[in-house]
Design a protein around this ligand. Structure first.
Ligand code: GLY
Length: 310
């Protein structure tokens, strides 16, 4: 499926809250509030879109906008990022996140356990360290960079605990990947992308997906595209998906929607994998593509904010 977007503003923003099935429904009465999940997802997407757009309407940068949107999604317990992220086989939370600016700077963290907003950790790696990717970083880095730390179980919800129990009991056959992300074009023509995830419920301890691998789940290049992916991370890594899209645009001259659809087909679907991608070009044209049942997303269409939710 493909949705094309255009912007009549001097900026553009698309966010996603993961691609996947209609979602696991816990047995009735086992997870308080689970019956409101569809509405909570739609509300969470709208709030995150507005958090990012508020930055852009005030003339802020694409980087600030994608971070604001992703922080909002990380704080919502209904998305697989930040609080509410899927649990490892050990019942713990391990986050991956990345940011990239169109100027070509990037930062990422893998197996982050205590930072409330992993996307801000990724940004600090980009801005405060000589590194691009830190894996299983000690809390002392986060403390030195002034980031908020929380206990690992702060990220765990009744829903994610019940989800892991269902996986371990064999009541869910396929792992459910989910991720959140944002791509933005600011009024000075700069692009940025950010992505954040818990990977998938029941993932092996220490498994790292595509999200923090620049060029796989996250990529931005001014004049070309900003890209954020969600889905089977292993396929996104093997297909260098986010970079492949930018390369199609840069070297083949492909229009963004064709580049995004072609890469999804050839690098994700062809690996018998599911996923979704959001992308923006420097003119504010966007594309949302997915080959799963659903892709959770939000974007502006004229005066309306469009929400794609269950
Ligand atoms: N796309 C998220 C992951 O596989 O980790």
């Amino acid at each position: 499926m493909l949705v094309e977007t255009t912007s009549n503003k001097p900026y553009a923003l698309i966010i996603h809250g993961g691609a996947g099935g209609r979602g696991w429904v816990p047995p009735e009465g086992t997870v308080p509030g689970a019956e409101n999940r569809a509405k909570d997802i739609a509300d969470g997407l709208r709030a995150a879109y507005l958090a990012g757009e508020t930055v852009l309407t005030a003339g802020g940068s694409a980087l600030d906008a994608v971070c604001a949107a992703v922080c909002s999604l990380e704080d919502s317990p209904v998305f697989n990022a930040g609080r509410g992220a899927g649990l490892t086989q050990a019942g713990t939370v391990e986050h991956d996140a990345a940011v990239m600016t169109g100027a070509g700077l990037g930062g990422a963290v893998a197996v982050s356990r205590h930072v409330r907003h992993p996307v801000l950790y990724a940004r600090k790696v980009m801005e405060e360290s000589p590194s691009v990717l830190l894996a299983d970083p000690p809390d002392s880095y986060a403390t030195a960079w002034g980031l908020e730390l929380v206990p690992n179980d702060w990220f765990i919800t009744d829903y994610t605990r019940a989800h892991l129990t269902a996986i371990q009991a064999g009541n869910i056959d396929k792992p459910k990947h989910g991720t959140v992300g944002a791509v933005a074009l600011d009024s000075s023509g700069k692009l940025a992308a950010a992505t954040s995830t818990g990977g998938f419920g029941g993932k092996p301890v220490a498994r790292v997906g595509d999200t923090p691998i620049l060029g796989a789940g996250t990529w931005a290049a001014d004049g070309v595209a900003a890209v954020s992916g969600t889905g089977h991370g292993e396929a996104f890594i093997q297909g260098a998906v986010a970079h492949d899209i930018a390369a199609r645009i840069k070297y083949l001259g492909s229009p963004l929607p064709i580049a995004v659809q072609t890469t999804l087909d050839l690098e994700v679907a062809a690996r018998d994998s599911l996923g979704g991608i959001i992308a923006l070009d420097p003119d504010g044209r966007g594309a949302i593509v997915w080959n799963s049942d659903l892709c959770l997303a939000a974007w502006r269409d004229g005066d309306q904010i469009r929400i794609m939710a269950p």
